[in-house]
Write a protein of this length. Structure first.
Length: 185
């Protein structure tokens, strides 16, 4: 019965000339003798409104993505490395570049030092001294100034170790040069 009622309303609207003002969803059923301009205008207005909504939605998404990217970059700046990175070599390489501007050549020198000192092992413990961790801090507890997790976190150890190299030698290659001459750094 509702379908018949709708058809009757549409027929009456068409007969009286009011059909042209009906919404676009009614247009396929209507007699087009009243002309198509109002329906076209309505459809164009609806399309323009949908385009406006889509544009506003895309702008909001772009703004949100930009905000997330800014937060991510701030986190990388704070940490010195990409969050989620777990490989100590990758963490060191990123910290060196982000904090000190040291590239591949300096990383190569640092890699040689650390490979000899600890083989990049977070829990490396020197049985002949109190040196500990990736950078073989002597004593190991010196790294506590960089975080309470100094015994287990490679990033904490590397932050301390890179600062040590910067402060004492200037660059990893200068530290490597010293280590080759003296056997320690």
């Amino acid at each position: 019965m509702p379908g018949k009622f709708r058809t009757a309303i549409l027929a009456l609207a068409t007969a009286t000339g009011l059909a042209c003002g009906l919404p676009a969803y009614a247009a396929p059923i209507l007699d087009t003798s009243c002309g198509s301009t109002p329906a076209i205008t309505y459809t164009n207005e609806a399309a323009a409104y949908r385009a406006h909504l889509l544009s506003a939605e895309q702008a909001a998404i772009a703004q949100h993505v930009a905000s997330l990217e800014a937060q991510h970059q701030q986190k990388v700046k704070e940490l010195g490395y990409e969050p989620g990175t777990t490989d100590p070599r990758a963490i060191a390489s990123q910290m060196m570049l982000n904090w000190y501007g040291w590239g591949a050549e300096e990383f190569s020198c640092y890699d040689k030092i650390i490979t000899q000192e600890s083989r990049w092992q977070v829990s490396a413990d020197n049985p002949h001294s109190t040196a500990y961790g990736i950078p073989q801090a002597l004593p190991g507890k010196r790294m506590a100034a960089y975080g309470a997790d100094w015994r287990t976190n490679p990033a904490t150890q590397l932050a301390w170790g890179l600062n040590y190299v910067k402060t004492r030698y200037g660059t990893p290659c200068q530290a490597w040069s010293y280590k080759r001459a003296h056997g320690w750094y």
